[in-house]
Design a protein around this ligand. Structure first.
Ligand code: ACO
Length: 444
């Protein structure tokens, strides 16, 4: 019989008293200190801006080892899934915990496919936006608006309704994403075609028009599917944590996913692939790379190498490696081996990875570094990059939302703060107030 080890604890001494906190172990990764009783025991809160040291929940969906550059979905490595699976299989895996059998996959694909159509009245909703609206702005609004159209899948306490909402979200994202694009270029919306697979259907809705026959290039569809797999989940990142936080208040699933879309939009998160392409275009020529590197290292310049660095990966992001390979494959097929931006990207990577600044800070290319170049090769406009990320990440968001709702330990998310504002003071009537500079409000 294995020797029983005493439970691990962390001991904290504060103002002469000693407190013990349990240490919890997961299946992989570092142990965590359970501080949930800390405020009750010793009257202190913990301080962790950006949650860099905080595990916010228990989860069995995705594991990242940032030092080793490992990413697992439900225990399966991203490399194997990228090589052998398709996005529908990966979405099933994320939602259900296991890879599907042939029959389970058929049923899942059927359940997604029958929900691809949007309520027809939603078409008028799109028309409320300006034509030059960013497609992410449209997505934030339209995804949230689903809650106004699908009342039979809003009850989060009913597992059947939760499942229906999950299918609807994954099924309708490509339809809404393609509509946001079509609207921005003034072309008619293209309805989903349920005889096409998930990725082919998306590209068909993006690029076909009613006036011409259009056949999606299967190599493009395969590359798109790979991009969906690589972006499907990434444990408790900013947008997933946002979905969980919104969901912890028992908000409906469509509202929670809309919150995730909003969080993903920023250039420090999902908007980075768009920023990478803009950066490569600005660099313009290999001879300008040293200047870009110099700027990125200058602390007085906000310029950063976009697509470099990651909160969790302190090694090469495994998705970036797969994406770089896919980038070469797609460009080879298109006969664009010497693509100008790809050449700049490759040389930029090579120079940065030899530079002590990037080595010391463990800054490596992340998934976004090469994805923009593939998107461009596939004819996807820059403004749609983050939308496609959101489309793929919906599988992960939904899996996390479902896991959270089913968790008996789940509570409303409510962080505390270290208050640095004024202490309690007496109210001053308006005519007795001196003109003061308001140091707490940013000027615009
Ligand atoms: N270029 C230059 N310097 C960088 C970069 C970069 N891309 N990223 C980090 N650094 C530097 C910081 O200036 C800092 O230096 P210092 O220690 O001398 O002050 C150090 O590296 C640590 O950086 P932090 O910002 O503290 O790291 P954090 O984990 O908070 O940020 C982030 C991670 C936001 C991804 C950051 O690396 C970044 O801004 N990268 C560029 C944007 C990007 O590619 N985002 C996509 C992320 S992946 C995704 O969302 C799918």
């Amino acid at each position: 019989m294995a020797e029983a080890h005493p439970p691990k604890t962390v001991t904290v001494t504060y103002e002469g008293k000693t407190f013990e906190m349990p240490v919890l172990s997961g299946t992989c990764g570092p142990d965590v200190v359970d501080i949930s009783q800390f405020p009750k025991q010793c009257g202190l809160f913990t301080y962790d801006p950006g949650f860099v040291a905080t595990a916010s929940c228990e989860s069995g969906i995705t594991f990242i080892d940032g030092d080793e550059g490992i990413l697992l979905y439900r225990g399966y490595s991203i490399d194997e899934l990228a090589q052998h699976s398709d996005f529908m299989e990966v979405a099933y895996l994320l939602l259900n915990g296991e890879l599907p059998s042939v029959q389970q996959k058929q049923e899942f694909v059927h359940n997604i496919t029958i929900h691809t159509l949007l309520h027809d009245q939603m078409r008028t909703f799109f028309q409320g936006f300006r034509r030059d609206a960013h497609p992410m702005a449209i997505m934030v609004g339209v995804v949230g608006a689903l809650s106004a159209f699908y009342h039979d899948s809003l009850d989060i306490h009913d597992p059947k309704q939760r499942e229906l909402a999950s299918y609807r979200m994954i099924a309708k994202m490509p339809t809404m994403a393609a509509m946001a694009y079509k609207y921005s270029i003034g072309q008619p919306f293209v309805y989903p075609r349920n005889n096409l697979d998930y990725s082919t259907n998306f590209l068909n809705m993006m690029f076909s028009t009613p006036c011409e026959d259009y056949v999606v290039n299967p190599i493009f569809a395969k590359a798109m599917d790979l991009i969906f797999i690589l972006h499907a989940d990434h444990e408790q990142n900013a947008s997933t944590s946002t979905v969980r936080l919104a969901g912890s208040s028992q908000a409906n699933p469509f509202a929670c996913i809309a919150a995730g879309v909003a969080a993903l939009w920023g250039p420090a998160h999902g908007g980075a692939n768009e920023a990478v392409l803009n950066m490569l275009r600005d660099i313009g020529h290999k001879r300008n790379i040293p200047d870009a590197i110099k700027r990125a290292k200058n602390k007085n310049d906000p310029y950063r190498l976009m697509g470099f660095g990651h909160r969790v990966y302190k090694n090469y992001d495994p998705r970036a490696r797969i994406m770089a390979q896919a980038c070469h494959d797609v460009l080879n097929v298109l006969g664009k081996q010497g693509d100008h931006l790809l050449e700049i990207a490759m040389e930029l990577e090579e120079i940065a990875l030899q530079d002590p600044y990037f080595i010391e800070r463990k800054l490596y290319p992340n998934v976004d570094f090469y994805s923009g170049i593939i998107f461009q090769a596939l004819g996807i406009p820059t403004s749609m990059f983050t939308v496609i990320f959101a489309l793929a990440r919906t599988a992960g968001w939904v899996a996390h939302w479902k896991e959270m709702i089913a968790d008996p330990m789940q509570k409303i998310g409510r962080p505390r703060q270290l208050y640095k504002g004024p202490e309690k003071r007496d109210y001053v009537p308006i005519h007795h107030r001196a003109q003061k500079h308001n140091k707490h409000v940013a000027s615009f």
